[in-house]
Each structure stands twice: as structure tokens, then as C-alpha cells.
Design a protein. Structure first.
Length: 128
């Protein structure tokens, strides 16, 4: 029996865009997933040929559904469920290279501030 449609959250999980189905559902509820330009709902049925936009962190994936799957399998099989548009791949690669060139904005401290550090912070804030 041929499957005509698959729920968006199941397909995103099976295509390995999200590690769990609940993470996929949270992304859908948060408005990070669009199907054919419209905001998706969890229960929306995906069909072959639909365009899906996935915002995952700073990256935007725009893919065309090539196959329907509701079971999570190996990455090689999951990659066959969709084709990424060339524009999306180029934009993601450009963003990846730009982000790699940025210096780390914040370097987390390894410990609590010392007495000297606290004095410097108060002086900077104008509290001293």
C-alpha cells in the first residue's frame, strides 16, 4: 500500500533534521518550519514535491520532498528523502564560512570573579 502523506513532525525526524520527534514538534510550534511558504502544523500531511523551509539555529534549509518516510533509518537513507535547493546550500555554506571567521564574542570565565575582578566591575559600573 502506497503512503500518500506523512505528518510533518514524523518526516522531519525521519529525515534527521531533528534528533527526536518532540524537538521537531517544538520547532513546528515555534514557527521555524514552513511548508510551501505557509506556517506548518504538526499534523499537516507532507506530499512528494512539497517545499519545506527549516530554520535550525542560524541556518535555513530549503528542501524539496522527494520521498515519504515515517521511520528513522540510516543517514544515507534519510538523505534520499529530500533534495536541498542549490541556493539554500550556497547560503548555508556562506554563513558557515562567515561564522567561522568571527572571533569568539564571549569567553566564559573558568571561575568566580576574584576580589580584584569585583572591584574592577564595580568601578566600570560607576558604583565605586
Amino acid at each position: 500500500m502506497e503512503v500518500e502523506g506523512v505528518r510533518v513532525d514524523k518526516w522531519l525526524w525521519a529525515a534527521r533534521f531533528f534528533k527526536t520527534r518532540s524537538l521537531a514538534a517544538d520547532a513546528i510550534d515555534g514557527g521555524k518550519i514552513q511548508v510551501n511558504g505557509d506556517r506548518a502544523k504538526r499534523s499537516r500531511e507532507l506530499r512528494i514535491g512539497d517545499t519545506v523551509q527549516i530554520r535550525n539555529g542560524p541556518y535555513l534549509h530549503e528542501v524539496v520532498v522527494r520521498a515519504l518516510g515515517d521511520r528513522r533509518g540510516p543517514a544515507s537513507v534519510a538523505r534520499g528523502l529530500y533534495d536541498e535547493t542549490p541556493e539554500s546550500a550556497a547560503a548555508r555554506e556562506k554563513l558557515r564560512s562567515q561564522l567561522s571567521l568571527l572571533p569568539a564574542a564571549f569567553i566564559p570565565g573558568k571561575e568566580r570573579p576574584t576580589k580584584r575582578d569585583r572591584r574592577a566591575i564595580r568601578k566600570f559600573r560607576g558604583q565605586e
